[in-house]
Structures are given as C-alpha cells and as structure tokens.
Design a protein around this ligand. Structure first.
Ligand SMILES: Cc1ncc(COP(=O)(O)O)c(C=O)c1O
Length: 419
C-alpha cells in the first residue's frame, strides 16, 4: 500500500522495518497502543509534544515520566547548555558530580551517599548488587508483576532469559503482609534484600499506594534480618515527595533506585543509600562509559533545585486532582464506570468490565484525535508545566472524547446484534 507523502510517521515506520528489528523494540513499540497512535515525535515544549506529522498534543505521558518540569525547561536547558560548551564526557567526572551528590544527600533523608548511572535498570541492578555485597547473601524478594527494568534478572519477558538469571528471586504480593512474611521465611538466613516499588503500578492494573502497615512491616522484616529494604523509585521519584516516595508512609529504605525525572529528560540514574550499605557500595564494581558525563548532572542540579524552590510536587498533585475530579464527573454523567487510580499526579484510567480494552482504547484514541495524549494502560504523568488552564482545556477534550466513545460503543453494540 502506498504511504501518503505527508504521512512521515508511516514512512519512518516502513523504513525502520528493514533496519530495526521489528521496527522498534520494547514498550515504546506503537504496536502496543491502539492503532492511530504516532510512533515518532520531533519535539516537546512545556506540557506539549509534537509528532513527526506535525500534530501537537497536550501530553500526559511526559516521555514516560522524565519530564517533571515540562519539556525544554529553560532553567534546566540553560544549565545543560553551559556544561555542554565546557564538555560532557571527559576523562573523569566534572566537579558537578560532587555538587549533585551533596544536593541529593541534602534532599533525600535516608541518603548518606549517592552514586550515578544512566538508566533505571542500572540503578535497580546496583541496589540488588549492593544488598548482596553488604549482606553476603543471595535472596531478593520482589513483588508479583512489578517492573524493575529490562535485563535478565528482572525483565518481564522470559525470552533469552535462563532460570539461573532469576534463581535467587522470591515473589510476594504487594501490600500483602502474610505473603511478605512467607517470602522472608522462605529466604531464611539467605535474605539479602526486600525490593518494593514506590507504589503498585503494574501495567493495565489499578494502581495502589502502599499501606502504612505493609511499609512498616517491610522495614521491620529487613531490619530484623539485617537485610536491605530497597525502594524502586525510578518511576515515582520526585513526583510524590522530594525525599523519596516512602516518606509518605513514614518509612525510610536502606537503598533507593532513581532515574526518569531526576534530570528532567537528560539521561541520569542514581542509587542512594545509608551508611549501613556504604562499605558495600564501595566494594562493588559498577561503572559505564557515560555515567559521569557532566551535562546530565548540570541538568539534574537545575531540576532538583527548581523542584525544591517551586513547590512543584504540590502543584502536580493539585492539577492531577483537578483533572481527576473533572473527568470523573463527565464519566459519571455518561454512565461510564471509570476507575481512576494511583496518585493524582501519576494516574491510570481504566474502565470497569473493559477486559478487551475496547472502551479504554477508544476513549484514548478519541482524545488523541482531539489533541490530548493519554496512555490506555500505563501510568501517566503530570508535570509542573500542566497548568489549571491546560487541565481545563484537556477536560473540554475529554468531554467530547467520552461522548464520542459512548456513541461508538452504542453503534458497535447495535451492529453486533445485527439491528
Ligand atoms: C519502577 C521502574 N523501575 C525500573 C525501570 C527501568 O528504568 P529504565 O527503563 O530507565 O532502565 C522503570 C522504567 O520504566 C520503572 O518504571
């Protein structure tokens, strides 16, 4: 089939088929989305993003989380540009490494030290390695369905993965104290660490915050066993609480993994830890060619400083609430059983009884066509650039998108019964 000359996105997909396996890899493959979503993007500004065909959207994915201040934030980009002129990758770190580590340690209460890498997977993997080094034990407890990265020990796919890669993982159910207790018992004297997500944010499922009881029990079990409590704050870090997401439930981990939002879109990850695991973090060998690059560290310092100075977390939360309340009213009026879950600044929208995703996909597509980018199953993200006016503009779109969804479903329903 001929691709129209102005459909640049489709042309790129065609070209990609011959030089990129499957046309795209991993979770950003547009095949995972309802047909009609763009694969390629060319730019972002504030809370808006532009696809390769030149269409713009109010964006609720924020590049899968990193854009916490908004795309192209002037303060972050100015700091990054200044460092880029001086140099990015050099023979060793720039002085910004120490400045950033000091800022992170000052911002995150459980942190006595920090080390930096690039991707969230680097950070979660380093946490697990440090926990094992610091305890001399092997077993790591992880929650069923939780995502911690894309390498063999934690990949959601088993393709190319051996049993040995995961030999020392024990599964528990998030927020289920009895199952956590049982997993600790199973690990016995070999327990190295309990790994928890900031909250339960599995794809396609309702998002659930940790209960205080569960968080306290995880802390108690790790402490009693002299093992590490590890929070994977890669997705939620700095959106719920600048001190770390489990500050909200009054629990401090031994180790935390961070990435996504810590440098407002520049590639950076961090591990923070307390003094109990400082010596272990000194002993493990962890590094990467780009891990000390200066530009992302300049961006991170500017990001954290701005987040601290502007009350961004409270703003995102309030904007998320405005969206949630407006959308719920619209859905209720049309008789949709819409379940919005997760923190308001990191929502997921699911429709009751929508196992085949017919309703959710249609709603997201109708919104997309009207200039709002939602994700039908993944955690979404608000940024500090989502203002009240933007939320209200979004709600005008969702009102129409929900009406169009209702009409389409009624219409399809009629066709299904042959009337
Ligand atoms: C909770 C969590 N942990 C780890 C990761 C892995 O991060 P990255 O994709 O940067 O390696 C992600 C990525 O989405 C995540 O959401």
């Amino acid at each position: 089939m001929m691709v129209p000359a102005n459909d640049i996105d489709m042309q790129l997909r065609r070209r990609a088929q011959s030089v990129i396996p499957g046309g795209m890899w991993g979770h950003q493959h547009v095949q995972r989305l309802p047909e009609g979503y763009p694969q390629y993007f060319t730019r972002g500004e504030g809370c808006r993003t532009w696809d390769a065909n030149g269409r713009s959207y109010i964006d609720y994915l924020c590049a899968w989380g990193p854009m916490i201040l908004g795309y192209n934030d002037p303060d972050v980009e100015e700091a990054a540009a200044r460092q880029r002129i001086e140099g990015d990758g050099l023979n060793g770190p720039t002085p910004l490494l120490v400045d950033l580590a000091e800022l992170v340690v000052e911002t995150v209460p459980h942190a006595d030290w920090a080390l930096f890498s690039k991707n969230g997977t680097d950070a979660t993997t380093a946490c697990v390695t440090i926990a094992r080094a610091g305890t001399g034990r092997r077993k790591i407890l992880i929650a069923r369905g939780a995502y911690h990265g894309a390498i063999p020990w934690c990949s959601p796919s088993v393709v190319g993965v051996t049993e040995e890669d995961r030999a020392h993982l024990i599964i528990y159910d998030y927020n289920d104290i009895a199952s956590l207790d049982a997993a600790v018992t199973e690990a016995g004297a070999d327990l190295a660490g309990i790994l928890v997500s900031a909250f339960k944010h599995d794809v396609g499922k309702e998002h659930v915050l940790p209960t205080r009881e569960f968080a306290a029990r995880a802390r108690e079990l790790a402490t009693n066993a002299n093992a590490a409590l590890i929070v994977d704050d890669v997705r939620a870090g700095f959106r719920l609480d600048l001190g770390g997401s489990w500050e909200l439930v009054g629990v401090r981990p031994d180790l935390s993994a961070w990435s996504k939002a810590i440098a407002n879109g520049h590639a950076l990850a961090a591990v923070t830890g307390n003094d109990r695991f400082r010596e272990a973090a000194t002993r493990i060998f962890t590094t990467g060619s780009f891990w000390t690059a200066g530009v992302s560290m300049a961006a991170s310092i500017a990001t954290i400083t701005k987040l601290r100075e502007t009350g961004a977390v409270a703003h995102m939360q309030a904007m998320g609430r405005r969206l949630r309340e407006g959308l719920q009213k619209q859905a209720d009026q049309l008789g949709f059983k819409l379940h919005q879950s997760g923190p308001s600044q990191m929502p997921v929208f699911l429709f009751e009884g929508d196992d085949d995703r017919r309703i959710g996909n249609r709603f997201c597509l109708e919104a997309l066509e009207r200039g709002v980018y939602f994700h039908p199953v993944h955690t979404m993200f608000l940024s500090a650039a989502h203002t009240a006016a933007i939320i209200d503009e979004t709600l005008e779109v969702t009102a129409e998108a929900l009406r169009a969804t209702a009409n389409a479903i009624d219409h399809e329903g009629m066709r299904a019964t042959g009337s």
